[in-house]
Design a protein around this ligand. Structure first.
Ligand code: HEC
Ligand code: HEC
Ligand code: HEC
Ligand code: HEC
Ligand code: HEC
Ligand code: HEC
Ligand code: HEC
Length: 407
C-alpha cells in the first residue's frame, strides 16, 4: 500500500470515530438554524442532516465530488456559501441538476455573480454570446429536431443557451479554478468553438501562434479577442461597422508591426471573399433548379422574400433534403466555414486542405449533380415518366408540421 492511502485510511478512521461519538451525544435532534448560515455547524453535524434544513450537508452526502469542488474553491474558502448564490433556498430545496442541463439556467443568474464581480459581468453582458439565445428562432435545423428534444438539448442548447445565460459556460459551476497552463491557452472556449462548422480550436492549435503560446503563454484566444481593460468583453467580429478590426489590429501590434498585421488580415479578407463567391455560385446553381421546377423545395424550407429556399446559416439542413441540398450543407456549413475560420487563425492546413480543397470538391459535385438532374428531367419528360416525390420530402411533411408556420 502506498503511504498516501495509508494516511487516508487513518484519517478516515479518526473521522468515523469522531462522527460516531458525536452522534451518541447529540441524538437525532432537528437543527433550528440553517447550516447555510453557519459553516462550522456543517462541519460538526454532517451526520445529523435532514434534507429539509441543511442543504450543505445534504449536498455533501449526495454529490460529494461537487461539494468538494465548492469547499476547496475560492468561494468555499471565502465564505461564499450556498445561499449567497442560491438566493431562493427558502424551502431548503436544492436546484435540480436536470433542470440546469435541460437549459433552464435560471437557478443562479449572472446578475448574482455581478454582486461581487461587476467588471466581469459588464464585459460579459456586452458580448455576442448573450444574444446567442436567439439562435433557435427561424432556424431550420433546430425546428427539424422539434420531435427530438434530447438532441435539441444536447446538440444545440448545451452550447447556445448556456453561453447566453450563464457564466458557467466557460467556468465550472462550483469550482472557481481557472484552467492551468498549458491548458489555459484555449481559455475554455474550445468546448464550443470547435468541430467541422467552426473549427477555431483545431485551427488555432495547428497554427504557429499555438506553438508560441506553448512556449511563452501567449497569444491565447482572449489575447486577440479581448482588450486588456476587460478580458470578458469579447468583441464582435461579424456585423459591426469595422468587424472589430481596430481592436483586433491593436492586439496584433503588441507583437507585430502594423504593416505586417494589416497584410496578414488582408489575406484573410481575400480568402473570405473568394470562399463566399464560390458558396454564392453553388447557391445559384441550386436555386436555378428550384426556379425551373427540377428540384422541389422541401416543405420545411425557410423561404426568402422571392419564395426561394434560403441556403444560408439559417436555412441549410443535413436532414430532410435531397442529395444536392445535402452537398450544399456540407459546402456552406463545413468546407466554407473551415476555409474562412482556418485562414482567420493562420492555420495553413485548415485554410487549404480541410477548407479550400473540400470547398471545390463539393462545388464540382453540386455542378455535376445539377447537370444530372436536368438531364434526368428531360429524359423523364420525353418518356412520359411521372416524377415521384422524394421520400424525405414526405417524411418532412409528416414531422415538420411546425415548419410551415415559420414562413
Ligand atoms: C458562486 C455561486 C454559487 C455557490 C456559492 C453555490 N452554487 Fe450551486 N450553483 C451555482 C450555479 C451558477 C449553478 C448552475 C445553475 C444555473 O446555471 O442555473 C448551480 C447549481 C447547483 C445545483 C444543480 C446541480 C449542479 O451541481 O450543477 C445544485 C444541487 C447546487 N447548485 C447546490 C449548491 C449547494 C448545496 C451549495 C453550497 C454548498 C452551492 N450550490 C453553492 C452557483 C453557486
Ligand atoms: C458574495 C460575493 C461573491 C459572489 C456572489 C460570487 N463570487 Fe466569485 N469570488 C468571490 C470571492 C471573495 C472570490 C475570491 C477572490 C480572490 O481570491 O481574490 C471569488 C473568486 C472567483 C473566481 C476565481 C478568481 C481567481 O482568480 O481564481 C471566479 C472564476 C469566480 N469567483 C466566479 C464567480 C461566478 C461565476 C459567480 C456566480 C455564479 C460568482 N463568482 C459569485 C466572491 C463572490
Ligand atoms: C459545440 C457547440 C455548438 C453546438 C452543438 C451548436 N452550435 Fe451553433 N454555433 C456554435 C458557435 C460557437 C457558433 C459561432 C461560430 C462562429 O461565429 O464562428 C455557432 C453559430 C450558429 C449559428 C450562426 C449564428 C449567426 O447568426 O452568426 C446558427 C444559426 C447556429 N449556430 C445554430 C445551431 C443549431 C440550430 C444547433 C443545433 C442543431 C447548433 N447551432 C448547435 C456552437 C454550437
Ligand atoms: C467566454 C468565456 C467566459 C465567460 C462566459 C465568463 N468568463 Fe470569467 N473568465 C474567463 C477566462 C478565460 C478567465 C481568465 C482570464 C485571464 O486569464 O486573464 C476568467 C476569469 C474570471 C475571474 C477571475 C478574475 C480575472 O478576470 O482574471 C472572475 C472573477 C470571473 N472570470 C468571473 C466571471 C463572471 C462573473 C462571469 C459571468 C458574468 C464570467 N466570468 C463569464 C472566461 C469567461
Ligand atoms: C492571433 C490572434 C488570434 C487568436 C489567438 C485567436 N483568434 Fe479568433 N480570430 C482572429 C482573427 C484575426 C479573426 C478574424 C477577424 C476579422 O475577420 O477581422 C478571428 C475570428 C474569430 C471568430 C469569428 C469567426 C467569424 O466567422 O467571424 C471567432 C468565433 C474566433 N475567432 C474564436 C477564437 C477562439 C475560440 C480562439 C481560441 C481557440 C481564437 N479565436 C484565437 C484572431 C485570433
Ligand atoms: C458554451 C459555448 C461557448 C463558449 C464556451 C464560448 N463561446 Fe463564443 N460563441 C458561442 C456561440 C453559440 C456563438 C454564436 C452566437 C450567435 O451568433 O448567435 C459564439 C460567438 C462568438 C464570437 C462572435 C463571432 C461573431 O463575430 O459573430 C466570438 C468572437 C466568440 N464567440 C469568441 C469566444 C471566445 C474567445 C471564447 C472563450 C473565451 C468563447 N467564445 C467561448 C458559444 C461559445
Ligand atoms: C503575443 C504575441 C502575438 C500576438 C498578440 C499576435 N502574434 Fe502573430 N505571431 C507571434 C509570433 C511570436 C509569431 C511567430 C514568428 C516567428 O516565428 O518568428 C507569430 C506569427 C504570425 C504569423 C505567421 C504565421 C506562420 O505560419 O508563420 C502571422 C500571419 C501572424 N502572426 C499574424 C498575427 C495577427 C494578424 C495578429 C493579430 C490578430 C497576431 N499575429 C497576434 C506573436 C503574436
Amino acid at each position: 500500500m502506498k503511504p498516501v492511502s495509508r494516511l487516508w485510511l487513518t484519517f478516515l478512521l479518526v473521522v468515523v470515530l469522531a462522527l460516531f461519538l458525536q452522534g451518541c451525544s447529540s441524538g437525532k435532534e432537528v437543527k433550528e438554524t440553517s447550516a447555510v448560515e453557519n459553516e462550522t455547524a456543517v462541519e460538526a453535524e454532517t451526520v445529523d442532516y435532514t434534507p429539509q434544513n441543511d442543504v450543505e450537508a445534504y449536498y455533501k452526502e449526495v454529490m460529494p465530488g461537487k461539494f468538494k469542488m465548492w469547499k476547496e474553491s475560492a468561494h468555499g474558502r471565502n465564505g461564499v456559501t450556498c445561499s449567497v448564490c442560491h438566493e431562493d433556498l427558502k424551502d431548503n430545496k436544492l436546484p435540480a441538476e436536470k433542470l440546469v442541463y435541460n437549459g433552464e439556467f435560471d437557478t443562479v443568474k449572472p446578475e448574482t455573480c455581478a454582486k461581487c464581480h461587476q467588471k466581469e459581468y459588464e464585459g460579459w453582458k456586452n458580448t455576442r454570446h448573450v444574444q446567442a439565445v436567439e439562435f433557435s428562432k427561424k432556424n431550420v435545423r433546430y425546428h427539424l429536431l422539434d420531435g427530438y428534444p434530447a438532441m435539441q438539448v444536447l446538440g444545440c442548447k448545451s452550447c447556445h443557451e448556456k453561453v447566453a445565460k450563464t457564466c458557467s459556460s466557460c467556468h465550472t459551476v462550483h469550482s472557481t479554478e481557472l484552467p492551468k497552463p498549458p491548458l489555459n491557452i484555449t481559455n475554455g472556449c474550445e468546448n464550443c468553438h470547435m468541430g467541422p462548422d467552426h473549427p477555431q480550436r483545431e485551427a488555432f492549435e495547428s497554427s504557429k501562434h499555438h506553438q508560441v503560446a506553448l512556449a511563452t503563454g501567449e497569444p491565447t484566444c482572449i489575447t486577440c479577442h479581448t482588450t486588456e481593460e476587460n478580458r470578458h468583453e469579447i468583441f464582435r467580429i461579424k456585423g459591426t461597422e469595422d468587424h472589430g478590426r481596430t481592436k483586433m489590429l491593436q492586439n496584433c501590434q503588441n507583437c507585430h508591426s502594423r504593416e505586417f498585421a494589416e497584410d496578414a488580415l488582408a489575406k484573410v479578407d481575400e480568402i473570405k471573399k473568394e470562399t463566399n463567391r464560390i458558396i454564392d455560385e453553388a447557391r445559384k446553381i441550386i436555386q436555378g433548379l428550384y426556379r425551373d421546377g427540377i428540384l422541389k423545395p422541401s416543405p420545411g424550407s425557410l423561404l426568402d422574400e422571392n419564395g426561394m429556399p434560403m441556403l444560408n446559416a439559417k436555412g441549410t439542413s443535413y436532414s430532410h433534403v435531397s442529395h444536392i441540398e445535402s452537398l450544399m450543407f456540407e459546402l456552406f456549413k463545413y468546407a466554407g466555414a473551415t476555409a474562412i475560420k482556418g485562414a482567420q487563425h493562420f492555420a495553413p492546413d485548415y485554410a487549404h486542405w480541410h477548407g479550400n480543397a473540400d470547398l471545390w470538391q463539393k462545388y464540382l459535385e453540386i455542378k455535376n449533380e445539377a447537370e444530372r438532374l436536368r438531364l434526368e428531367a428531360k429524359l423523364k419528360e420525353k418518356l412520359g415518366i411521372e416524377t415521384e416525390e422524394y421520400p424525405m420530402f414526405k417524411y418532412s411533411q409528416e414531422t415538420g408540421k411546425e415548419l410551415q408556420d415559420l414562413n
